[in-house]
Design a protein around this ligand. Structure first.
Ligand SMILES: [Zn+2]
Length: 357
């Protein structure tokens, strides 16, 4: 399917997205509902994204202890494929992303700046051992291996464009897609080009990003937000280079902190996380999407351990908020890192390559 076909170049000028306002704004608007606080959106029983089955074994139940979305949510495991998902699902998942969702927000935090610096250093051609060590220390900087000069890179769920900026500063041909217009405008204000608002399919169809031949596709803390992860992965399979690699980071439902704090675990992020992965189910979903995993490990997820303890000690309800303090997050990071190294971390990082080349 890749047999020598020419890959179309993107239209000149990243602002090309502005020419498709109707289509893109329809997606964007679902992210920023002015009425969300006054009239909470509804929910419906979820079905397994892989099998379409309703119901399943309840693993745990909890609330949105971060943002206070009304209602109780469960994690249920599909009786057929064992993929875990949130139940119920929001009718309009985008409606439960508050306008100040930190990943979409204004000034760049100290930890985001540190991640961006680490990624820039690790993605330089010839970064070698230093790059590998940085990827181990900071999962956000993991590129899954060395990058050739001027590699073509796509960051799916690019947020405010920190990774795209880092890759571009390291000399790569980097692009990003991000559903939140607010986040893209922040990227623009910071001088980061190449981040396109909206859905990946629209960005590809509209020629707003290169249509294929990606050497690296990065998708950090995204797959758990997506209602149909296999469909997204199949799109990525179509546009990745036959020799390219995919780096996926998701929360780890089997982590020690999750087992100890149950529904208070910060990696659940009800109801914004729709699917919850274990090593097995991530492997399985990637395989269905057309990717063969070459390595998988558990990794730290900054702030998840203190956030879980905060919610747990608050009785499983709303966090008191001390866990958001930078000093707490940084102080607990060595513990999170050690848990990751012991295979008990709150994150999973999978490196995969396109299957069936
Ligand atoms: Zn299933």
């Amino acid at each position: 399917m890749f047999g020598g076909s020419r890959i179309a170049a993107p239209r000149p000028g990243w602002r090309g997205w502005a020419r498709r306002p109707d289509r893109i704004l329809r997606r964007v608007n679902s992210n920023v509902p002015a009425h969300a606080a006054a009239s909470p959106p509804g929910t419906h029983l979820s079905t397994c994204p892989l099998c379409g089955l309703e119901g399943g074994r309840e693993i745990l139940a909890g609330t949105d202890h971060r943002r206070g979305t009304p209602g109780t949510f469960r994690v249920v495991e599909c009786p057929s494929c064992r993929l875990a998902r949130t139940d119920p699902w929001p009718d309009d998942p985008g409606a439960w992303y508050p306008d100040e969702y930190p990943q979409h927000g204004g000034s760049e935090s100290l930890t985001a700046r540190a991640s961006r610096g680490a990624l820039q250093r690790a993605s330089r051609p010839g970064a070698g051992r230093v790059g590998r060590l940085l990827g181990r220390a900071v999962p956000e900087a993991d590129t899954g291996g060395a990058l050739a000069p001027a590699s073509r890179i796509l960051d799916v769920g690019a947020g405010t464009g920190g990774a795209v900026a880092a890759f571009r500063a390291a000399g790569h041909d980097a692009w990003g897609v991000e559903p939140s217009l607010r986040a893209v405008l922040v990227a623009e204000a910071r001088g980061t080009t190449g981040v396109v608002p909206g859905a990946l399919d629209d960005a590809l169809e509209g020629g707003l990003i290169p249509s294929g031949d990606y050497d690296l596709i990065r998708m950090s803390q995204v797959l758990e937000h997506v209602p149909d992860p296999v469909a997204l992965l199949r799109t990525l399979r179509r546009i990745i280079s036959p020799t390219g690699r995919l780096v996926v980071g998701v929360p780890n439902l089997d982590s020690l902190a999750r087992r100890m704090t149950g529904g208070a675990w910060d990696g659940l992020e009800f109801p914004r996380h729709l699917v919850h992965y274990t090593r097995d189910s991530l492997l399985w979903v990637l395989a269905l999407g057309g990717f063969a995993v070459t390595s998988m490990r558990t990794a730290p997820l900054l702030g998840v351990l203190p956030g879980s303890i905060d919610a747990r000690t608050a009785g499983g309800g709303h966090q008191r908020g001390w866990s958001d303090a930078l000093v707490v997050r940084v102080a607990m990071y060595p513990v999170e890192w050690t848990l990751g190294a012991l295979g008990q971390g709150d994150g999973l990082v999978a490196i995969a390559e396109p299957a069936g080349n």
